[in-house]
Design a protein around this ligand. Structure first.
Ligand SMILES: [Zn+2]
Length: 158
């Protein structure tokens, strides 16, 4: 049995939740303790964006397109692109997803470090953050829980 922890009814700052206060079922906990986000409209959409993430999503690819457009493609670069995208993808799928999220197999420390370094190349956050989010995804995907969360009007049609 878990020790009783005094948990506040409303979490002011979700980034500062004491870890001992968060039960295993993080999604239910969050649904119960946080106010619903307002519907996104034309007048408030910019307030709902995480601007650091917007920067990360748009600026590096834009710089990549500019570089690709302005620089002649060399065979070595093309080969490295294919190798790199597959290696980092392997870090995500075999490492972040199968190893750390689903514990689908055991790995040696050497393989863990290799997959962690390769997985970092896809720039999808830390292993712990990714695994937590993906476990929540598997737990509530296609259930009323997640549909009501994403549809404040209660319309659960897909
Ligand atoms: Zn999965």
């Amino acid at each position: 049995m878990e020790p009783k922890v005094d948990v506040p009814l409303f979490i002011e700052d979700p980034d500062r939740i004491p870890t001992e206060a968060v039960p295993e079922n993080f999604v239910s906990y969050t649904l119960k303790h946080q106010e619903a986000r307002p519907p996104i409209t034309w007048s408030n959409w910019y307030k709902e964006l995480h601007w650091l993430h917007v920067f990360i999503i748009f600026v590096p690819p834009t710089l990549g397109f500019i570089g690709a457009w302005s620089t002649p493609l060399r065979l070595k670069t093309a080969i490295w692109f294919v190798v790199y995208i597959h290696l980092t993808g392997f870090g995500l799928t075999a490492g972040y997803h199968r190893l750390w999220t689903h514990r689908a197999y055991k790995a040696t420390k050497g393989l863990e470090y290799t997959l962690a370094i390769l997985g970092a190349g896809v720039i999808e956050g830390s292993i712990a953050w990714w695994a937590r989010g993906h476990r929540a995804h598997h737990r509530y995907t296609d259930t009323d829980h997640i549909m009501q969360w994403s549809r404040p009007d209660g319309d659960n049609r897909p």
